[in-house]
Design a protein around this ligand. Sequence first.
Ligand code: HEC
Ligand code: HEC
Length: 250
Amino acid sequence: MHKILTVALSLALLPAFALAAGPRDAPKAAGIESKDYQWAKMEGELKEALDKKGDVKRGKETYEICGACHLPSGAGRPDGTFPQLAGQHTTVLIKQMADIRMGLRDNPTMYPFAKEMTDPQDLADTSAYIQSLCIPVNHGKYEGPDAARQVAAGKELYEKQCVECHKANGEGVKEKFYPVLAGQHYKYLLRQMTDIRDGHRRNANPDMVKVIKPYTNEQLVAISAYQASLSMPGAMCKAGPAAKGGAKKK
Ligand code: HEC
Ligand code: HEC
């Protein structure tokens, strides 16, 4: 009960928080310049959390506060504001949380919450729970009269330059921190790729930045449409975005 109250209170305080300690200030406060950032450097809290064994059951409780934005099912919102988390690799989740806390992604909305969750065991548990959630099908796909053409054009680009890391079904590579892209919302993907290309997401893998630099906006639309259409066998929910958290079968 009091957790829900905490979320409500924190949400009410958000604008003040964001102004007082915006993520743009955070790297400075931590003494980190984005040019000094070494991608996925295995030390400190990142390493500690990755070394812990996550407890899915306990993670269900620690995830409660996150569900206020990412939804209890982990499906997020198809309008591109809150990303799908369901099914994401624990490694990716832990790294992104650490990066958000360090201010390497512009995320004033979530920053206060990422700042709260610093305990390595909490991080490991929450991530284990999220990874166990099934990915909703047909949630946040590209919609438009030219969808078929966009998806086809995106497939061609994806298979040339992205499949090597993100894999054929968008399953990524857990040990290498390559994220799951399958089922992610079109609008979110487009925003992230634009940010990565334009240097606004400062934690991005340098090899990927190189690949994506020459892409035009049009190409990013096509490739986002294709990625949102991907589905990972064995990881998808049976029907639509589950209203409640549903664990995927292992
Ligand atoms: C107040 C709303 C809010 C809350 C609460 C919240 N998040 Fe987020 N989260 C966001 C937003 C907005 C983004 C997308 C940021 C962007 O556009 O870069 C995000 C992004 C993320 C990402 C990156 C996803 C990706 O695909 O790269 C992870 C991981 C994440 N959140 C985990 C969590 C966890 C775990 C919690 C609970 C401790 C949590 N979030 C609580 C709003 C929230
Ligand atoms: C060298 C491996 C590599 C290549 C090649 C690569 N990526 Fe990535 N990609 C990554 C990694 C690693 C991340 C996570 C970066 C981070 O830590 O923030 C990522 C992140 C992303 C994200 C953000 C996901 C999220 O949940 O926020 C998208 C979208 C994406 N890649 C799409 C692509 C596309 C499209 C291509 C081809 C044009 C591509 N990537 C090529 C490794 C790669």
